[in-house]
Structure formats: C-alpha cells, structure tokens
Design a protein around this ligand. Structure first.
Ligand code: NAI
Length: 464
C-alpha cells in the first residue's frame, strides 16, 4: 500500500494542475484517472478538440468567403471530414501526451483506473488501496440530461458534445438544443461545414447571463453566418429514428407544440457535477441542493482531509476556474494561503468573432443601483480588424462613475479571448479606465480597441 501526501481524483485541468503545484510544493502526489489518456473532458472531448474543429472550419470559411477578395484564387477547398477528424485527434494526442510528460517530469504517480474513497485518507483504485494525508476530488462534470430526450452518441442521431465531435458524417440538417457556449461553438462548426443549423433555445436571448449588448450583436452575426434561431422555445422531447429526428418544443408565448426536423440533434443544455462511484454518501460528504460537493472558502469538504475543486463544486464550469482552484488548494494543503478571485474569471466563446467577458455585467450593476460610466468602441474603427475581414463587434468597458475603476468588460471581435486578459489584469490591480487609456498600445493591433474603449470612458475615443 503506497503512502502519499496527496491523491487527486481526476486528471482534468483542475486535477492535473493541482497535482503539478502539489509536487512543486514538495508534496508526494498521485493522480487517479480512469480514461486512457490524461486531460479530462477539456483535453479529450471538450475545449481542445472543439478548438481544432473551430480552427479548421474557420480556415474553410476564409477560403470560401475571403480568399478571392484578397487575390487568392484557384481551386476551391473541399472538406475531407475523415482527415479533419484525424487532425483533431492528433491535436488532442499532442496535448494529452504533454500532460503525461508533465506528470513524469514532476514525479507524480498516475494510478490508472476509477477511484473510490472507502474512508478518509484512503483511495481505492482497482484492487489496490492507497493512503493519503489529503484527497482532492476533481472529478468534473458530465452533460446533463433533458427529460424526453435520449442521447446515444454511438447511433449518432441524438448526441451530446462528445458525440458531436465525432459524427460519422457532416449532417445536412442539424438542430441544436440550447444556445449556450457548447451549442454555439459546435453549431458554428457544422454551419461552416455546410449543415443547415437551427438552434432551439428556451430563453429570449442567447448565452443567458451575458451582457445584453453582446447577446444581440452576437446573435445577429451568427444569423449572418447562416445559423437559425428559434427563441423562447421549451424543448419537450426528441423522437428519433435510425436516420432522422424530430425535436418537439412548446413556444413560451403559448400555442401548440411545434416540430423541427433534423438529421442530427445536438443536446447542449448544460452539464452536471460528476461524483458517481466515489462513495461520498457513505462517507457523509455534504452536497449542495444542486448536487455539487459543498466546500468552504478553502475548498475543504465537511470531511477532514477531503477537498473538492472544479466542475464538481459550485461556480462556472470552466477549465481555468478549475485550474485556479487546483493551484490554490495545493497551496492550502502545503500550509500556504491559496486564493481565487472569483470576481475576475473570464468567460470566452471561441466562435468567429470570439466573445469574451469578465467581471460584472451592466445589467447586474444597474440592478445594484451603481452609477456607471460605459466606454464602447466598435471594431469598425480598428484598422487591423478591418484588414482581416473582422471589423464587426466592439469592446465595452464598464466603470464606476465616480472612481473610474473597471468593474467589468465585454468584447466581441477578433482575438477577444486573448484581449480580455488586459482587462483581467487591470481589474486584479484595481485599475481605472484612465490607467488603460494612458498605456501605450502598439499600432496596428486589435488591442487598440481596448484602449479606445477606455478612452471612451473619459474624454472620448479617437477613432469613432
Ligand atoms: P449552457 O448552460 O451554457 O447553455 C445551455 C442552454 O440550454 C441555456 O441557454 C438554456 O437556456 C438552454 N436550455 C436548457 N433547457 C432547455 C430546453 N428544454 N429547451 C430549450 N433550451 C434549453 O450549457 P452548455 O452550452 O451545454 O455548456 C455546459 C458547460 O460547459 C457550461 O458551463 C459552459 O460554460 C461550459 N463550456 C465552456 C466552454 C468555453 O468556455 N468556451 C466551451 C464549452 C462548454
């Protein structure tokens, strides 16, 4: 029986990052993972493969729509779907292999198999029981089910995000249930590949909770790209045959049930925490009403020596939120002061254009009665964006009217997911919009749009 300082259950971004930080802090560490490869949902069937497909299909879009304009003429591209999936698999392999290398480099043992916790201080994997002073549960999440909808990724007709990443062929007609991040990213992929994509969403706006300005602009841009939306529609069920499916929904405004036909239905209505098989019930680990593991401000559960991080606890289900918690909990276990600033966690949708947000929304701040000053700058006024056919969208910075402190920001435009970090750093340092406006920004860059939005919080942007 091996003895560890820490055993981490789950090798997704939360778990493997935590393991590396534990090892760096001198703790003897093991990580348990039942998949064939490390990296969890994110690397195997989530963020990374979807980004490969988004990149490949964005290139296709450029070839089909913008090459001729730039004087690039000749044979048009055609899609070899098998090769595109092979490229995606290769990208995933490079990344999961990279994590395996990092585990070896940091002398972290990979215990292969599915873990359970027979008692505090013990982790069972297969027939072996290992001892650990501390255990971190980083077991992630799985797609949540929708009543009346049976997902079967093997049949490939009604699928979740995992199935949608590996469809045997590009469907002619795809219906996506849910206009959240997964639905819009994968809906974009298939729309660019030529599928007729309809998104059915219960709410009246896409990406619920996001800045309302962004929601409107984002929907308009996606519609221009060919995606269709049925809003205010509560999906009641899906009737599938071997080759087709019908999505039944009730319009919220009233009226009879309506139907959309599809060759493939992608169910993207959220994810739920995954902690099955760990034996948490028997251990008496406290759960929240929403089925998450309850933790305190230091990620400790009510059972001494057992911690939890990532999608399995409260908060946004984002890889980088899990990573931050993974590092912080390692520091707590090593006797340091782990900390996560939950007020500055960016959210990104990797469509084209990208959408990125951080901090509070205008609506939430106004509901609190805060006096605001908002600076907005359209990418139409940004030379670099126009040079690459991406002059749509804007940067919006929300500041406190009196102090000019940045409270939140939203970007819809080229490289938004990278540019948002300038605003994250500003918020971490308690910066004002003027601090950003007074910082020299290289020309010509997309980042100038951030500076212009900051200038718009003061005496005005230059190029608008
Ligand atoms: P989501 O929570 O983002 O969106 C689900 C959507 O489905 C919502 O708009 C909801 O109103 C709608 N919906 C729910 N039930 C419905 C019904 N019966 N009829 C019609 N519409 C219905 O969930 P999603 O997109 O599945 O993503 C799951 C998690 O994974 C999220 O927490 C997301 O943040 C995370 N994720 C993050 C990514 C990123 O950061 N780029 C990429 C992919 C996933």
């Amino acid at each position: 029986m091996a003895q560890y300082d820490v055993i981490i259950i789950g090798a997704g971004p939360g778990g493997y990052v935590s393991a590396i930080r534990c090892a760096q802090l001198g703790l003897k560490t093991a990580i348990v993972e039942g998949r064939e490869t490390l990296g969890g949902t994110c690397l195997n069937v989530g963020c990374i493969p979807s980004k490969a497909l988004l990149h490949a299909t964005h290139m296709l879009h450029e070839a089909e729509h913008n090459f001729a304009d730039m004087g690039l003429k000749g044979k048009t591209q055609s899609v070899d779907w098998t090769q595109m999936k092979a490229y995606k698999t290769d990208v995933v392999g490079q990344n999961t292999g990279g994590i395996e290398f990092l585990m070896k480099k940091n002398k972290i043992d990979w215990l292969k198999g599915w873990a359970s916790i027979p008692a505090a201080g013990q982790v069972k994997v297969g027939d072996d029981t290992h001892e650990a002073k501390n255990i971190v549960i980083a077991s992630g999440s799985v797609p949540s089910s929708l009543p009346g909808v049976e997902v079967d990724n093997d049949k490939g007709i009604v699928v979740d995000s995992t199935g949608a990443l590996d469809l045997p062929k590009v469907p002619k007609k795809m219906t996506v249930i849910g206009a959240g991040v997964i639905g819009l990213e994968l809906g974009s992929v298939y729309a660019r590949l030529g599928a007729d994509v309809t998104v059915v969403e219960y709410m009246d706006a896409i990406c619920p909770g996001m800045d309302a300005d962004v929601q409107r602009t984002f929907k308009r841009i996606l519609e221009k790209q060919g995606l269709k939306f049925i809003m205010g529609a509560a999906v009641q069920g899906v009737d599938a045959t071997k080759t087709k499916a019908k999505v039944r929904y009730l319009p919220k405004k009233g009226g009879d049930e309506e139907v959309v036909d599809a060759d493939v239905v992608l169910v993207a209505t959220g994810r739920k925490p995954f902690a099955e098989g760990l034996g948490l019930d028997a251990l008496g680990v406290k759960m929240t009403e929403r089925g998450q593991i309850a933790v305190d401000g230091k990620w400790a559960t009510n059972v001494p020596g057992i911690y939890a991080i990532g999608d399995v606890i409260e908060g946004p289900m984002l890889a980088h939120k899990a990573e931050d918690e993974g590092m912080a909990v390692a520091e707590v276990m090593a006797g340091k002061h782990g900390h996560v600033n939950y007020g500055v966690i960016p959210g990104v949708v990797y469509t084209t254009p990208e959408v990125a947000t951080v901090g509070a929304t205008e609506a939430a701040l106004k509901a609190e009665g805060r006096k605001l000053k908002i600076g907005k700058f359209m990418f139409m006024g940004n030379a670099r964006a126009k040079a690459v056919h991406q002059g749509e969208g804007f940067v919006k910075i929300i500041t406190d009217k009196e102090t000019d402190r940045v409270l939140g920001a939203a970007i819809i435009g080229p490289a938004a997911g990278d540019m948002i970090h300038e605003l994250c750093v500003a918020m971490e340092f308690g910066a004002s919009a003027q601090d950003i406006a007074l910082t020299c920004h290289a020309h010509p860059t997309y980042s100038e749009a951030v500076r212009e939005a900051a200038l718009a919080c003061g005496d005005g942007a230059i190029h608008s």
